[in-house]
Design a protein around this ligand. Structure first.
Ligand SMILES: [Zn+2]
Length: 383
């Protein structure tokens, strides 16, 4: 049995924002635009505001998302939404404002505090969310997940449920052309992690397999180009498509060990999400290789790093090498290079391993993962 869930509408291409205005008009009278300080001052924000004026939709800009979102930012967003009597949300920017728009929406129609929903399904329908990504990576525009940090407990909470899927995703290729190279790297490698994890997940289906292979091919080819030449429009577009494909993949096949172990590193040491995934990706795939070599071999052949003549085992190893090469091209640092103190890190390993297993994601890995496995992998990761 397989299900497949996507946003109600996806509008993509040059000028997509303008193309989508009739959908937006149908969602309500007053939008809360959720974003960060930088995007709030950008040309694309001006285009969005001009378009809303043109279709006579009122709006309030909430630019309080200053990095990966936590419960306090969400509470401030909820207040802005209710005080201004908004009736739908527009998230514009990277994964953080998009995740935030979804979380604010969730807390408008669901009682209690956001922490009450950690790891649980959101039970009540939320106001319509329009997602306008300006970086190619998280795929939040297509997913039923949102990750919010619990600022008291230092954990990244995972909220999920079909109601969190945006009504409308707009991928306007004129956006996202200005991302700094470290953002291109981290978000692009997040998308690669989504595609590889979905393809090797226990929950993979024929539909997600097709999109995962497609996304991996695009990313392996175009991420190094997008990273090295930020003016390359073709590479940016291909990365935007790949990020959407990979987002749809995890929406339906979930993530596995990499994301499970990555979130605690992000919560405790503030490593950007895509970067901590990238640090873990080849190590976790090597761990799972005995159960997923056939699948990694398919990805190796699809990306032409292995041939039909290679055995699955050899092809899988070549694909893991390829993952490492892309991380090296994108200058992904080690934990030590990132500036994390070894003693502090090592004293946090037990908590991180507990939180990783508790998130449920490692259980989607085709090889059984125990807390001891996570402890060993966290230790090796620092070396
Ligand atoms: Zn991710």
């Amino acid at each position: 049995m397989a299900q497949f869930t996507v946003p109600s509408h996806i509008v993509m291409g040059q000028g997509a924002l303008n193309e989508a205005k009739l959908y937006i008009k149908s969602y309500g009278k007053k939008a809360l635009i959720v974003t960060g300080k930088h995007v709030a001052k950008s040309e694309m924000m001006k285009m969005l505001q001009d378009m809303l004026k043109e279709i006579a939709v009122e709006y309030i800009v909430f630019d309080g998302i200053t990095g990966e979102p936590n419960d306090q930012m969400i509470d401030a967003g909820i207040l802005a939404y209710t005080e201004n009597q908004c009736d739908f949300l527009i998230g514009i920017g990277g994964g953080s404002p998009l995740d935030s728009a979804k979380a604010i929406g969730a807390m408008i129609t669901n009682p209690g505090k956001i922490a009450d929903y950690n790891g649980k399904e959101i039970p009540n329908k939320i106001p319509p969310v329009v997602a306008i990504p300006t970086t190619a990576g998280t795929g939040s525009e297509a997913t039923k997940f949102t990750i919010i940090t619990d600022s008291k407990k230092d954990i990244k909470m995972l909220l999920k449920g079909d109601y969190l899927i945006p009504e409308l995703a707009i991928l306007d290729y004129s956006f996202g052309m200005t991302a700094p190279e470290e953002v291109t790297a981290a978000t692009g490698l997040d998308a690669l992690t989504h595609a590889v994890e979905a393809y090797t997940s226990k929950k993979a289906t024929v539909m997600t397999d097709t999109l995962a292979v497609s996304a991996v091919k695009r990313i392996v080819r175009f991420l190094p180009i997008a990273y090295q030449d930020r003016t390359n429009t073709e590479a940016r577009q291909e990365m935007a498509i790949a990020a959407l494909e990979a987002g749809i993949c995890i929406n339906n096949a979930s993530v596995t060990l990499v994301h499970g172990m990555s979130r605690p590193i992000g919560a405790l040491f503030h490593v950007p999400h895509g970067m901590s995934n990238a640090m873990l990706l080849s190590k976790c795939m090597t761990f799972a290789a005995s159960e997923v070599s056939e699948r990694l071999a398919v990805l190796a052949r699809a990306t032409e790093v292995a041939t039909k003549e290679d055995s699955d085992k050899i092809a899988a190893a070549k694909f893991v090498d390829q993952l490492e090469k892309i991380c090296a091209i994108c200058k992904i640092p080690t934990l030590k290079e990132y500036g994390i103190d070894q003693k502090t890190y090592e004293s946090s390993i037990d908590k991180m391993a507990t939180d990783a297993i508790a998130s449920g994601s490692p259980a989607n890995t085709r090889k059984e993962v125990t807390k001891d496995d996570c402890i060993r992998l966290y230790k090796e990761l620092y070396q």
